[in-house]
Design a protein around this ligand. Sequence first.
Ligand code: HPA
Length: 277
Amino acid sequence: MFDPKKSATEASQYLLSKCKPPSVAVVLGSGLGAFGDTLSDCITIPYEEIPYFEPSHVKGHAGSLKVGYLPSSNTRVAAFCGRSHLYEGLSVEQIAHPTRTFSFWVGKAIVFTNAAGGINPQYTPGDLMLIQDHINLTGRNPLVGAHNNSLGARFIDMTHAYDEEIQALIQQSAASNNTKIQRGVYLSLLGPSYETPAEVRSYKVLGADAVGMSTVLEVIAARQVGLRVGGISCITNMAAGISVELLSHDEVKETASRVKSTFIELLTESLKRIAAS
Ligand code: HPA
């Protein structure tokens, strides 16, 4: 049985033995791992070495934790390059484990990034979207099961899941980089099949602007342990039926790679401001 508290404590102790904890972390989604390569004085810890971490099995996802400095800055950050997904057959505890580990390692704020399909017709592939709120349609929740009060409350408020100050800092960073940024609601599903056009139409009615297969469970775990949360989606494609294009994971990776430098610049500026806040 996976004990969330015990495993996160063990993993964080392992990380403490490797390096001093940074206060800010980022989780890099599909095709977005290149940010990790920009860190200087960086140590790389493969997920296989960290207790209870899952190696990444998805193409476009590395599987390592990088800890280093933002370019030309004394801000130290942790970059989780690659993440686990429910569709790999993993448990919610395994998906929440890196987030809980970061909190036990004395982290304060975490920015989740992902690749997503655009539902809002104003979006175009390559847009970046500041996540304002989410809809969890995975049917799962990492807080289900025996409750351990030392992880946080059983019933947590999700009204301000995405920290408003962090949202403002990301928005200001985009403005100072001259980068257009959309704002919207991210809806998450189990996957791994993409959605049907009828499903996408129904998610639009629910109020979703973008759809993907990650992030929401990690955000719930982060809020339980009191981490401040930010989120950025890279709109890699329009969701099924919104455009005539068919969907493929190759397109997701290609678009993520096309916006790589804009994304890296936005993340660098945002993390600098979040660490200073
Ligand atoms: N749907 C679900 N997940 C995704 C998509 C999508 O269109 N694009 C990238 N991840």
